[in-house]
Design a binder for this molecule. Structure first.
Ligand code: NAP
Length: 263
């Protein structure tokens, strides 16, 4: 599938979760490619600093601070971006967080809180751009989910469920909007070094740096990939685990998790 945007090399990109981590690296990568980038996150000061860096690197954009859980704020951000840039070619719904799932302190409200950020937050941004994209008959929606969304993994009951929901939603949405000219890309990273993973107290196999992840994501989007998974070996292993029978999956995952905890 090829991107059918007017000028794929200089897209107008609205990116959430842009203030640090993978989002920040994606913003800088797009800056090198000369894009116009709308930057959303809650930390307005970090976004302002990032915008200066983007301009130095040859890109341009604007700060669209806000909480993705606030639907009205996301509508306002999308409107501001359209007014400034004349449109939105690509939405990258990347804002998200992680909550290690401890059974002893299980709290349904906390789990739903993560769902409202990782899942509903992405949906809010999609709602803010989709009608205009459908009207124009073109556009590209990118959702950043996770390899943890494929099957249940230890310590990720809350996180994995929210990412599984996002993957499922986007896979279904695609059937309705691709025939009308709006592309869908699902990004499923493995472990990437960011403030999110800095909190993990286990060994993360095939951990990669955020700038490398950003290059893979931007290349994949530019090529119109429907799914972007990385790093290759780890993603292939996790994908294979999707099709093994439950008893074998449990045995393999227990062994892998034990190794990861041993460091
Ligand atoms: N790192 C990994 O290994 C990995 C692997 C698979 C998938 N992912 C996914 O990739 C995405 C980025 O992860 P990351 O590792 O870069 O995480 P991160 O370092 O924690 O960065 C998260 C970003 O999301 C923003 N954010 C958090 N809550 C928000 C809210 N309510 N409204 C708006 N923005 C919000 C944060 O900015 P503010 O705090 O300023 O709002 C920050 O810019 C997430 O969806 C994550 O689940 C990451």
């Amino acid at each position: 599938m090829r991107s059918d945007l007017d000028n794929p090399s200089k897209p107008r990109v609205w990116l959430t979760g842009a203030s640090y981590g993978i989002g920040r690296a994606v913003a800088l990568e797009y800056a090198l490619r000369g894009a116009f980038i709308g930057l959303t996150a809650r930390s307005e000061d970090l976004l302002s600093d990032l915008l200066s860096e983007i301009r130095e690197a040859g890109g341009d954009g604007l700060v669209l601070a806000g909480d993705v859980k606030d639907l009205d704020a996301m509508h306002r951000n999308a409107e501001t971006m359209r007014n400034h840039a004349g449109g939105i070619d690509i939405l990258i719904a990347n804002a998200g967080s992680h909550l290690p799932s401890e059974v002893e302190s299980f709290d349904a409200e906390q789990y739903m809180g993560l769902m409202s950020l990782n899942y509903a937050g992405s949906l809010n941004c999609i709602q803010a751009v989709l009608p205009e994209m459908l009207k124009a008959g073109r556009g590209h929606i990118v959702g950043v989910a996770s390899l943890a969304g494929y099957r249940g993994v230890p310590s990720a009951a809350a996180y994995g469920a929210s990412k599984a929901a996002l993957i499922h939603f986007l896979e279904s949405l695609r059937f309705h909007i691709e025939p009308k000219g709006v592309e869908v890309t699902i990004v499923n990273p493995g472990f990437v070094r960011t403030p999110l993973t800095d909190k993990n107290d286990f060994k993360m196999p095939f951990l990669i740096e955020a700038d490398k992840a950003a290059r893979i994501i931007c290349n994949g989007i530019q090529r119109g990939r429907r799914e972007i998974t990385f790093p290759f070996l780890f993603a292939s292993f996790i994908k294979l685990l999707r099709i093994v029978p439950m008893s074998l999956y449990i045995a393999l995952m227990k062994k892998t998790w034990k190794r990861m905890q041993q460091g």
